[in-house]
Design a protein. Sequence first.
Length: 122
Amino acid sequence: MSGIPVADDVLDTAIAVLPLGEVANVLGTSANKVRQMLRDGQLIAFKRDGDLCVPGAFFVKDGIVKGLAGTITVLADSGFSRTEMLRWLFTTDDSLPGSTPINALRTSHGTEVKRRAQAMAF
């Protein structure tokens, strides 16, 4: 797992997570490709009960939630750690459609989520 940035587990235990093997199955790819996606900043992983996991909310029927990788990039460019990114994506914000940034991304409100992420840099 060297080279894979790992966030702290800051999510509520009620939030569904997928171990890397299941992520690979969902995406129809190999676990090595998933590890590369983590290194490239397309996804965020953390350890839970000894397993490297990714939030299930990062995925839709066709793959990764549209706009997630771009949002992660914007947050990284703003100086957020992986842990801070994970926390922000799942923090309730009643002014967003879907009530959290990840739910807003899942409901095609990526532009608003990215705008807010960019605004936090200043």
